[in-house]
Each structure stands twice: as structure tokens, then as C-alpha cells.
Design a protein around this ligand. Structure first.
Ligand code: PEP
Ligand code: MG
Length: 756
């Protein structure tokens, strides 16, 4: 390869013409390799494409034996071509045969060529193939030649990604890009979703690859970089609490990257080789991502995602695209795939088009997951690799039960899942029919099935689920999805909306329950605690910060003007906390009546029973409040001394074990004895088998997630309560040994065909 004939610009122009000509894919490839060889004055130019079985197959060649096309192959990591694909780095050798990885393929006749330059064909950091040029003479290829071949490889990546080459594949030997792939993460919300990938903050697909005028294009890049830097400076200068601490550090890093000379130089170089500014950003990013994939240093990998984000912002600047265009082009069965995401961002997507959410990061209690659960969409989290393996528009299945996803699923798998979805839909239909039936046991004892809620998005579920009311409104969720403390007016507005949506059905508001695992990043008062679950949280925190509690109570009193206010206090440990809270409430009532505000028609104050100390003063508790609500999530955690968020211990102790059921019975009995209504609003209420047990123990009101109302009601209407009460008389206080309580309850239900 002597001097390049015409340089990369001429070659790119030629490739553009070839892409537009109506040619068969093989013919197009053959012409492309011929043109590259001639432009780069190389005797050989070959393209190897990566198949799903990790084999690189020769797809086209100029110079090697044409009979070797579709026959010559190398495994990933094997030979020079396999090494390039595996490492995602170019190889530039003056004497290829001397390289330790060199592997001779007799069918190609390549022994006479000494110098060798191979570059990976990359797209979004994934290797799709390898592009090679070879010469007989021993020579080292120059930097600009490597750059030119990489640029050409990018055009080929586009061809592969758009499916042009799919027609050349043989059954069983499909390309890697279209390979079905499954990933396992964690289940964050149940349900199954079938649909098409929408990459959140999608890698914008650049289709305009070739520039007409490099100098103008460099100026365009400069202008966009200028606006990008300004927008970052703006963000940094905003005296917004949301941009303190960690957020600020991230932005500082962005500012540093946006001014990084090396990055800008590589972008300009790619433009001078004939690419548009957008394509240059994509190319530089792709090269960098592929190289970083091999890094294990978490700090550097984290920086890579900052760079990715920055490149995306720059692409958006260049293409003048806003987030609203993304929503408009959403498929009707969108499954959002994201590395991580804020709760508010999920709410930006239209609910009617969402079928699921896949996160590479996140935990079951991250805010976005709480919101997704409220929206009733299946969520798989901690699914490593999902973002880089998925392309916008790919078919995808999210199995929220298993925490798995299936990308580009094969038809039999898709059919099996479609059946699962139909089955769920049929069951939903049965639950819908049950909605208007009385909520009572088979022998006619009424039981209130209420739902838990916390955000405005939950409200439509009240009528859809047929719940008798809201048994737990978690007011802290409004605080958790916000970036600063919600103002009094915003709180009042939400409470008013909730009551309006409830149309007279009862609603129980809980005062903010923060602390523990529910942290507000903007709340500066919280110190690091050794045991946050046992720490400064819930009513303990709000009594110490009465301003917070007073504002909330005032907002609630105003929103409930002319209606009933039911209010409960989380994590009560001793009765004096109820007295203190009542004093604050009374003071607010006096204040509002002095200013002639419309007050609630009645005010009922309840306590949550979550801390075991209350179990030893149940009669006093029942007399001190208007109602009690058992928070079984926390109560179980404290009774069994088992962290509710610890996945390792999640299945170790049973909520249906005799000791815990005896505790629950003691509570129900104390409520009945004192004529104090008792309800239960932890996760326990939502599982048909445990709901059955609760009703058998004496609970006549339980509150659960809206999706559970149907299954629990299906159980309820088939339950002969008297028989279950007799069952407990025989079994609950019997010495704990032998068959576990859960198994006995299951057998009780099976014998009577009670659907669980
Ligand atoms: C509980 O602890 O059972 C409860 C309902 O409260 P939370 O899950 O919000 O702590
Ligand atoms: Mg709780």
C-alpha cells in the first residue's frame, strides 16, 4: 500500500454511491471490498462477519481466493482476525506471519501477503466483524490509514445493523447482531411484558454519515460543543439543592470531558476523513466504548458512562432533538431499557404504551421501581449487559416473575410467553367480573379489601381493582420522587386529588414515613446510622422536626375540608408519641378554625403497629386511638430480627409460622375486645394464602397492592370462614412441631378448592 489513491473522502463518496445503488447484498459487498482495496492501494481487502456461534466468517474479499468466501472461518480469539474481534482493537503488522496469533488458512491463499492491517467493525461498542487490508511488501501502515479503514468499517457496521446482510446468512449461522439473547437479573415487579425495545436516553441512530464540506462540519461541531459547554456551566451555576454533592461532581467531570482536547481532536480528525459531525461522535464513542469494555477498574468504567452521556447530549445538540420526539415515536408496546433512571423520567413516558421496564442497575426499593410498581408494569432489574445488547425496536420479553429478559426471542419462546400473557389476561377478566360481587366469605362474613397507594398514578386503580378504599396512602412517596421538599400547596393538592378520586370511599393517610431505607437525598438532617431500620425514622423523626409534621397536617386538614380525615402514625413505639402528635394536630385544628377554614367533618387518628413494644400494651393502645393498622413488613422484621431488605434472608423465616400468626391473633382479639377497628396493610395482605390466614385469625379489613385485590377476592368468595376458624382452634396453639403451618393452610385450601 503506497499512497492512498484519492484519500478517505473519495472512498466515502464512492461507498455512499454503492449504498444507494439497487444491488444484491453480496454484489454490494464485493464492490465495497474492491473499492477499498483500490482506494487504499492494497492487494487484499476482506470482510469477516461475526456469527451468533462466535465464528467469524469471510463474507467478501478482493485479492484472496474468491472460493473461500463463506467457507473460511475463524473462532472469536483465533488467528489475527479473531484476536482483533475479541480485543476490539486494530492490528497493524509489517509481517503478519511472525505474529504469534497468526493462523494460516490454506483455502484463502494469503501466504504471499506480509503486511496486514485489520480493524474491528464496531457499532455502539459491540464487535460485528473485522475489516482487513493486506499487502505483499513488508510495511507498517500509517495512523491516517488506520483511521481511514476504521471510518470505512463504520459504514459497514451500519450495513450489518440495518439487516442488509441478513439475507446472506444460512439457517443456524445467523449474525451475532440478530442473535437471541437472554439475561437474568432480579425480579422487581411481577408480570410479563412482550414488546419492543426503547432505549432510554437512546443511543441516537446516526443515519447521515458523509459530509459535503469538512470545514463547515468542523465549525458545526465547534458550535455544538460550545452550546454543550454552556449548558453544563448553566447547570453548575444553578443554586439548586439537587446539584450539590455527588450530582455536582458528576457535572464537574462532564465539564472537564467537554473541554478534553484529545476527545475534540479525535472528533475533528473523523470529520476531516469525511464523516458528518454526528457520525464522528458515534465513531469516536464506539471506539472508546469497545476499548473500555475490557477495563475492570470501576472508576474508569463509571467515567465511561459519563462520556456516553456527554456524547448523547452532543448528538442531541447536533441533531436538534428534544425528549418530546422520543415520546412521539414510541411503539405502542414499549419496553424501556435503561442503565438507571429517575422516577420522574419514567412518568414522562405515556402509560398506555408501556409494557415493561428493564434496568441494568437499581434495587427493589429504588424510586423508579416504586413508581413502576404503582403503574403496574413488570420490572427486571440488575440485568447486566442489557443496554449494550439491545437495539431500539428489537423484540423483547420481560419476565418480571423470574427477573429475566429475552432479546430477539425465538418464535417458540415468544409463543410460550404470549400464552402466559393470555392466561394472565383471562384471570384478570375473572377478577374484573368479581369486582361487583359482594366482598364476603362463602358463608357471608363481610371483609373490606382496601388498596395501598402513594402517588397520583395509583388512583385510577381504585375503580379498576374494585378496592373498597385506600387503607394506606404512603405520603412519603411524593417526597421521595421530588428533588426538593414538596411545598405545602403541592402536598395539599395531592391529598385533595386523592380524595376526589376516591369519590367518598375511605382513605387513610399515613404521615411521612422517611428514614430507614426511605432516604430523601435533599434532606440534610439525616446522619449515617449503623442500623437505619432501628434508627431515626418515621414518627420519631417527624416529632423531632415538628415543622415538617405541622406543614403536612395543615395540608391534610385543608384538603379534607368538609370530608372525613383518617390519619395514622408510622412506627409508634410508645403511647406518648400518639399524645404528642395529637397535640400538634389539635394546635393546627385551632389555628385553622381561627382563620375560618373549612375543617374535616371528623378526624380519626390511628397508629401503625410495627414495633413489638406495643404488643405488651395492646389494651392501652386500642383505647388511645380510633383505629390500628398492622404494618406486617416492619413487625415481622422486628419480631424475627430479620432485615426486610436482605435478599439472602428473604425466604429464611416464614410469615405464616405459628409464632407470628399467634402475634397477629393477639392483635385481632385485642381490637375486638376494645371495639377498635384493626386492619393490616403490609405485603402479607396481598398473598391469597396469607390473606386467608388473616381472615381466619379475625381480621375483617386488609390493605394490599391493587393488583392483589382480584386474586384475594377470588379466594375470599370461596372461603368457608367457620371451617377455617375451627381449623385454627385445633392447630394454632398446638405445640410447634411437625408439618409447618403454611403446608397445613395450603392443604386446607386444596381440600375445599379455594383458589390461592
Ligand atoms: C409495613 O411496614 O408493613 C408497612 C405497611 O409500611 P412500609 O412498608 O411502608 O414500611
Ligand atoms: Mg412500615
Amino acid at each position: 500500500m503506497r499512497d492512498t489513491a484519492g484519500g478517505p473522502r473519495v472512498l466515502l463518496k464512492r461507498l455512499r454511491e454503492l449504498m444507494q445503488e439497487p444491488l444484491e447484498p453480496q454484489e454490494r459487498l464485493d464492490r465495497i471490498v474492491r473499492d477499498i482495496a483500490s482506494n487504499m492501494v492494497a492487494e487484499v481487502c476482506s470482510l469477516y462477519v461475526l456469527r451468533a456461534d462466535s465464528v467469524l466468517e469471510l463474507y467478501a474479499t478482493e485479492g484472496l481466493n474468491p472460493k473461500a468466501v463463506h467457507l473460511a472461518q475463524l473462532r472469536l480469539g483465533q488467528g489475527l482476525v479473531g484476536t482483533i474481534a475479541a480485543s476490539a482493537r486494530p492490528l497493524n503488522l509489517s509481517n503478519a506471519q511472525e505474529h504469534p496469533a497468526f493462523q494460516y488458512l490454506p483455502e484463502t491463499g494469503e501466504e504471499i501477503y506480509h503486511s496486514f492491517l485489520g480493524v474491528p467493525v464496531l457499532r455502539a461498542g459491540r464487535t460485528l466483524g473485522v475489516l482487513v487490508v493486506q499487502n505483499k511488501t513488508m510495511r507498517q501502515y500509517r495512523e491516517d490509514e488506520i483511521e481511514a479503514l476504521e471510518t470505512t468499517a463504520m459504514v459497514i457496521a451500519e450495513m450489518i445493523a440495518t439487516g442488509d446482510l441478513a439475507r446472506l446468512t444460512r439457517p443456524g449461522l445467523e449474525l451475532d447482531l440478530t442473535r437471541p439473547a437472554s439475561f437474568t437479573g432480579l425480579s422487581f415487579n411481577e408480570g410479563v411484558g412482550l414488546g419492543h425495545v426503547v432505549l432510554h436516553e437512546p443511543r441516537i441512530v446516526v443515519t447521515n454519515l458523509f459530509n459535503e464540506d469538512s470545514e463547515e462540519e468542523v465549525r458545526r461541531l465547534d458550535r455544538s460543543l460550545g452550546s454543550l459547554r454552556l449548558s453544563i456551566d448553566d447547570m453548575l451555576e444553578r443554586r439548586d439543592v439537587a446539584f450539590e454533592g455527588e450530582h455536582r461532581e458528576v457535572l464537574e467531570a462532564y465539564r472537564m470531558f467537554a473541554n478534553d482536547r484529545g476527545w475534540v481532536r479525535r472528533l475533528e480528525e473523523a470529520i476531516r476523513n469525511g464523516l458528518t459531525a454526528e457520525a464522528a461522535v458515534e465513531k469516536v464513542q464506539s471506539d472508546m466504548r469497545a476499548r473500555m469494555l475490557h477495563m475492570t477498574d470501576p472508576y474508569l468504567r463509571e467515567r465511561m458512562s459519563d462520556f456516553d452521556d456527554l456524547a448523547n447530549r452532543l448528538l442531541r445538540q447536533l441533531m436538534g432533538r428534544g425528549p418530546e420526539d422520543v415520546a412521539a415515536s414510541l411503539p405502542k408496546d414499549a419496553i424501556i431499557v435503561a442503565r438507571s433512571m429517575g422516577a420522574a423520567e419514567l412518568l414522562d413516558y405515556p402509560r398506555d404504551k408501556l409494557r415493561g421496564l428493564v434496568l441494568e442497575d437499581g434495587t427493589a426499593t429504588s424510586h423508579v421501581v416504586i413508581v413502576a410498581r404503582a403503574m403496574g408494569i413488570p420490572v427486571a432489574g440488575q440485568v447486566k449487559g442489557a443496554v449494550s445488547m439491545a437495539e431500539n425496536g428489537d423484540a423483547i420479553i420481560v419476565d418480571g416473575e423470574e427477573g429475566t429478559i429475552h432479546l430477539r426471542p425465538q418464535s417458540d419462546l415468544e409463543a410460550a410467553y404470549a400464552e402466559k400473557v393470555r392466561f394472565r389476561a383471562r384471570r384478570q377478566e375473572i377478577y374484573r367480573e368479581l369486582r361487583n360481587k359482594p366482598s364476603a366469605t362463602k358463608d357471608g362474613v363481610a371483609v373490606d379489601l382496601l388498596m395501598n397507594a402513594g402517588l397520583a398514578v395509583d388512583l385510577p386503580q381504585l375503580s379498576e381493582s374494585g378496592a373498597a378504599g385506600i387503607g394506606l396512602f404512603r405520603t412519603e412517596l411524593q417526597f421521595m420522587v421530588a428533588s426538593t421538599f414538596p411545598r405545602a400547596e403541592a402536598q395539599e393538592r395531592l391529598y385533595r386529588d386523592v380524595l376526589d378520586a376516591a369519590r367518598g370511599k375511605p382513605v387513610t393517610f399515613r404521615t411521612i414515613d422517611i428514614g430507614g431505607d426511605k432516604v430523601l437525598p435533599y434532606f440534610k438532617g439525616v446522619v449515617q446510622e449503623e442500623n437505619p431500620a432501628l434508627g431515626w425514622r418515621a414518627i420519631r423523626l417527624t416529632l423531632d422536626r415538628p415543622g415538617l409534621l405541622r406543614t403536612q397536617i395543615r395540608a391534610l386538614l385543608k384538603a379534607c375540608g368538609g370530608r372525613e380525615l383518617k390519619l395514622m402514625l408510622p412506627m409508634v413505639t410508645e403511647l406518648s408519641e400518639i399524645t404528642q402528635a395529637r397535640e400538634i394536630i389539635d394546635r393546627e385544628v385551632r389555628h385553622l378554625s381561627r382563620f375560618a377554614h373549612h375543617l374535616p367533618t371528623s378526624l380519626k387518628l390511628g397508629a401503625m403497629l410495627e414495633v413489638p413494644s406495643l404488643l405488651f400494651q395492646l389494651d392501652e393502645l386500642m383505647k388511645a386511638v380510633d383505629f390500628v393498622s398492622v404494618g406486617s413488613n416492619d413487625l415481622f422484621q422486628f419480631i424475627m430480627a430479620v432485615d426486610r431488605g436482605n435478599t439472602q434472608l428473604a425466604d429464611r423465616f416464614d410469615t405464616l409460622s405459628a409464632p407470628f400468626l399467634r402475634v397477629l391473633k393477639t392483635i385481632a382479639d385485642a381490637g375486638a375486645r376494645n371495639h377498635t377497628p384493626v386492619t393490616l396493610c403490609g405485603e402479607l395482605a396481598g398473598k391469597p394464602i396469607s390473606a386467608m390466614a388473616l381472615i381466619g385469625l379475625g381480621f375483617r379489613s386488609i390493605s394490599m397492592s391493587p393488583a392483589s385485590i382480584g386474586p384475594v377476592k377470588a379466594m375470599l368468595t370461596e372461603l368457608p370462614l367457620q371451617e377455617l376458624e375451627d381449623f385454627f382452634k385445633d392447630n394454632l396453639m398446638a405445640p410447634v412441631q411437625g408439618t409447618p403451618m403454611r403446608a397445613l393452610l395450603q392443604a386446607f385450601a386444596d381440600d375445599r378448592s379455594i383458589p390461592l
